[in-house]
Design a protein. Structure first.
Length: 151
């Protein structure tokens, strides 16, 4: 088992690949591009693609190479357009879903506040005591019910 102080001095390694996203590489290449490029699956497929492209290029010959490069350019343009649209739409839908979820929790919180207010006012005790009881309940929520000091 490592010594606790030595372990504390060691740089923290990200637990998941996407933890690296906030760490911009020195050469200003986007961190996500670096992560994808370094992924072993992507590297293996990229190498196979390079080999297949070299073989295909040899088989085409100089006359057909221009046609093939034109097709490749169109395919790349289509892929880039689709990726951009997927990203934009995914962001828009995720943002809308997050706002909807936030509003839902706000509505739930508002409903809870209404119930608490009505109970406090209808309980029949003085307002100061009702407020003290609400503060006590709030404090229990903040401290997760754990005692914080002796009374």
């Amino acid at each position: 088992m490592p010594h606790p102080q030595l372990e504390a001095d060691m740089p923290k390694q990200p637990k998941r690949a996407y933890d690296l996203v906030d760490h911009q590489p020195d050469d200003e290449e986007h961190a996500v591009d670096v992560l994808v490029r370094r992924d072993p699956r992507v590297r293996a497929v990229s190498e196979r693609v390079r080999r297949a492209m070299r073989e295909f290029d040899k088989a085409l010959g100089p006359r057909q190479r221009k046609r093939w490069l034109g097709l490749e350019e169109l395919l790349a343009e289509r892929a880039a357009s689709r990726e951009e649209l997927y990203f934009d739409q995914g962001h828009a839908h995720g943002f809308a879903a997050g706002r909807a979820e936030g509003l839902k929790s706000t509505l739930k919180a508002h409903a809870l506040a209404t119930v608490l207010r009505d109970e406090a006012l209808q309980h029949g005790c003085p307002r100061e005591n009702a407020l003290a009881a609400l503060l006590e309940a709030a404090w229990a929520l903040v401290t997760k019910g754990k005692p914080t000091m002796a009374r």
